[in-house]
Design a protein. Structure first.
Length: 304
């Protein structure tokens, strides 16, 4: 069973484990990650085994200093520079062309790679002390709800990993915004706490504009229709007045959206823990953080 460790001694244990080729639970400001040293393919492979995730789904590389992006990238566009200058450390992942030495296990065999600099001091300390970036998908089984506390990670993966570094509950609560910076017009592949409005504004300083999202399959592999899904069936409503009074629990996701995002996955996990078969959800409006919350709720509500 995985042990939860914390503080300086916990950080040292986690760094030693990464150095010896283990995968560990690592806090970030978005969700907890399942981390491995990017220099160690055997360790990277363990991520896929533990998560039960197809190896063709690429991983996000987490760095601790912006300069480390240069080692991973073949080229960095002005738009990418502008985005990371303003948003890092923070919940933004950029897709860039990968340098040839980047492991195929990180890129999923593509010529691009996803990189972010998390705004969590524990994650940064681990990466610095290890002396190498780590790859980290969310520390849950493939398709399930992401973890936002160390205990969530133990609940999901406790039998398959040894250590989880406790960094408290994640401040943002939903996964990072992913922006593909390799196309002529940058594109948001996954919504997150860095809003489309903020991204539009930043890239407009480079005379760029976001690609208008075409519906259909996302170009981010692994972005399935059903994802972030609890066992409880969710019924989504645009207005409180539409919710039937049938005694089923109601999640109000239309209030303070920062708070809604922060607590969303814990609430979804709570429904499963209480064996609730059906729950109603009052949706947030589109716009700002509402895009990301709506995206997670729609995916969480999609039947198998
Ligand atoms: O907030 C986050 O981003 C969290 C924390 C742990 O940092 N990580 C996370 O990782 O959500 P993961 O693996 O669960 O989601 C990464 C997404 C996947 O959907 C993957 O397809 C996409 O990023 N991705 C990674 N590399 C890509 C690439 N080269 N091209 C397109 N999409 C990519
Ligand atoms: Mg995930």
């Amino acid at each position: 069973m995985a042990r939860i460790v914390s503080g300086d001694s916990g950080t040292r244990e986690v760094v030693a484990a990464l150095r010896s080729g283990q995968v560990v639970g690592l806090p970030t400001e978005t969700v907890y990650g399942l981390a491995a040293d990017i220099r160690n393919d055997a360790a990277l492979l363990k991520i896929f085994t533990v998560k039960r995730r197809p190896v063709t789904h690429p991983l996000i590389i987490h760095i601790a200093r912006p300069e480390e992006l240069e080692d991973i990238a073949l080229e960095i566009s002005p738009v990418c520079h502008a985005l990371v200058d303003i948003c890092w450390p923070g919940p933004l992942t950029v897709i860039i062309r990968a340098a040839p030495h980047v492991s195929r296990l990180c890129t999923g065999g593509r010529d691009t790679v996803a990189v972010r600099l998390p705004a969590h001091s524990s994650a940064q300390n681990v990466i610095r002390q290890l002396g190498s970036p780590v790859a980290a998908p969310s520390a849950n089984r493939f398709g399930d709800v992401s973890p936002t506390t160390a205990l969530h990670v133990v609940d999901d993966l406790g039998d398959d990993i040894n250590l989880v570094l406790d960094g408290g509950s994640c401040e943002v609560g939903i996964e990072s915004t992913i922006v593909d910076c390799t196309t002529a017009k940058p594109e948001i592949l996954r919504h997150g706490a860095i809003t489309p409005e903020a991204i539009e504004q930043i890239i407009s300083t480079c005379d760029a504009a976001l690609a208008t999202r075409v519906s259909g399959t996302s170009r981010a592999p692994g972005m399935l229709d059903r994802h972030y899904a609890p066992k409880t069936q969710l019924v989504l409503h645009e207005r409180e007045a539409k919710v039937p009074q049938d005694g089923a629990p109601v999640l109000h996701c239309d209030g303070d959206l920062v708070e809604v995002a922060r607590t969303l996955y814990d609430q979804l996990r709570g429904l499963d823990a209480r064996n609730i078969s059906l729950a109603h959800v009052v949706m947030p409006p589109s716009g700002g953080l509402g895009f990301a919350i709506r995206d997670r709720l729609i995916k969480a509500a999609t039947g198998l």
